[in-house]
Design a protein around this ligand. Sequence first.
Ligand SMILES: [Zn+2]
Ligand SMILES: [Zn+2]
Length: 165
Amino acid sequence: MLDNFKRYQQGIKVENLFPTRKDKLCACGCGQVLLGRKTKWFSDNCRKIALNTYYIIKGDSDVIRENVYLRDKGFCRNCGVKSLDWQADHVVPVFKGGGACGLENFQTLCIDCHKDKSFYLDRLPDSRDILTSSLNILPSSNNTFRAINQRVCKNIIRETVCVSE
Ligand SMILES: [Zn+2]
Ligand SMILES: [Zn+2]
């Protein structure tokens, strides 16, 4: 049903991801017992969290951007610079099976870092997952951070290339 090699999951329903349970437990997976006349969700919050996850897995770009921004606040996860022009990047690219994933497979990248990542992924398709996991440095608006991390980044690329050869 879910296709990890596709960006958008056509025809997927909330019920597919969070089926109504026969054991009277909340469908969100929180483990709480449904009380009274409740049939699917323990609370409104359970429903909201499940719907949010559903839209992210489905590939809804608005919901994905909203959630990535709430978590990363616009700071590039690779160089630490905050920018308005940021991209919600698939950590593991869709062509490597990173589609139909939750928020954990998305990261904020600035335009430059996103370009860098695409550049290396395009040119070295057979190498190990270059730059697919970010450095996850702490958010900073300090620009010196960027220069340092670009250097770190290049070292990582070089090492990975060496290892894969
Ligand atoms: Zn729940
Ligand atoms: Zn960046």
